[in-house]
Write a protein of this length. Structure first.
Length: 363
């Protein structure tokens, strides 16, 4: 079986963009253990959407796309973004599987209400949304990465085939690595600030920082709402902004050094950083939203906290910092849980079980 994997991350340099491409490569390698031949590409190297300012690249990409398909001859295509590459694949009749990582429809509405308020950009957003809806409707199946997101998809495309994509992590790449020195005790936050619905939840830390002046909080991340967070939290001596860390090396050093990993968010699906922190044997704290509860065990690998509840955050941090035995137990259980439930082998097998009924090859 020949599978084409298409990353929508493009040439991005953010932790998120690099991380997605990095994990898709790991996923592709895991498929080879089942006899699959895969090819991983970046969407923007082969398809340019219209309208575009890059007319020359738009026309040349048409030939590159045709050459790619004729030379690689994929039996199935997995895209991790619902855009123009998917439309082109639908025209070929090759089975198309759309990997959905986030609440796309909320993100579109948010973009129109905040980032792209002028009429021209709103029109661009509408064009892209129209392309996405065609891809969703024409795909062989939509593959959301968690049960929470699967329910969201059913609201918008109730008749479309949907299967959950088990996003695995290579546990061998998450090991203790020296190199970063932080003040202790400390809590690590690893999340970008690109979507205010998610990011604004970090503001509950204002009272947490005030109440726990001896606990250091290290935020690794960046994004357009960074300054809104720093304006409120940066005034505290125990809050430290590290910027965006190179992935995976600096992220590995960071996770090695922190005492507790926390993801304080107003919306998330199944963040890879939450899996990675558990593989590093860190006790975790996560806001009980989206799919967070699906990739950790409340009271066994860490704690879920209520959205907007700073007292809950303070209580759980205090509990873990004051009970090292409990923190160590959570860390070990978390590592075991992710290794057992989210291995790359399990991810590859799950994906192949989903696509086999639609793929013509006998291999």
């Amino acid at each position: 079986m020949r599978i084409l994997i298409v990353s929508g991350a493009g040439g991005g340099t953010s932790k998120g963009s690099i991380g997605k491409y990095y994990h898709l490569k790991d996923f592709g390698e895991s498929l080879t253990k089942f006899g699959v031949i895969y090819k991983l590409i970046r969407e923007t190297d082969y398809v340019v959407g219209f309208p575009t300012k890059q007319l020359g690249k738009y026309f040349s990409s048409k030939k590159k796309f045709k050459d790619l398909i004729s030379e690689f001859r994929p039996d199935a295509v997995l895209v991790d973004r619902q855009s123009n590459f998917g439309l082109e694949i639908i025209k070929t009749g090759i089975p198309l599987f759309v990997l959905l990582r986030g609440h796309y429809w909320s993100e579109i509405e948010f973009a129109k209400d905040t980032i792209h308020k002028n009429k021209i950009m709103q029109k661009v957003v509408d064009v892209r949304a129209n392309v996405a809806e065609q891809v969703f409707a024409g795909a062989t199946a939509i593959l959301p990465i968690c049960k929470y997101l699967s329910n969201v998809v059913k609201e918008y495309h109730p008749t479309q085939k949907t299967d959950i994509f088990l996003e695995g992590v290579d546990s061998s790449k998450w090991y203790k690595k020296d190199g970063m020195s932080l003040q202790h005790p400390c809590v690590g936050l690893l999340q970008d600030a690109n979507w205010w619905r998610k990011t604004k939840e970090m503001l509950v830390l204002e009272n947490v920082l005030k109440t726990m002046p001896d606990i250091h909080f290290y935020w690794a991340g960046d994004g357009q709402y960074k300054d809104k967070i720093l304006d409120r939290l940066g005034k505290f001596d125990n809050f430290h902004w590290l910027g965006s860390l190179s992935y995976p090396d600096k992220v590995r050093e960071y996770l090695s050094e922190i005492d507790i990993y926390a993801i304080i968010t107003g919306m998330d699906t199944t963040p890879l950083s939450l899996k990675e922190a558990q593989l590093m044997e860190k006790p975790v704290i996560a806001t009980n939203v989206g799919g967070n509860s699906e990739i950790m065990k409340d009271g066994e690998t860490g704690f879920l906290v209520r959205e907007g509840n700073q007292e809950d955050v303070i209580e759980k941090i205090s509990l873990l910092l004051n009970d090292k035995e409990l923190a160590d137990k959570f860390g070990k259980e978390g590592c075991k849980f992710i290794q057992q439930e989210f291995s790359l082998e399990a991810s590859a097998k799950n994906f192949l079980d989903i696509i086999r009924p639609f793929v013509k090859t006998k291999n």
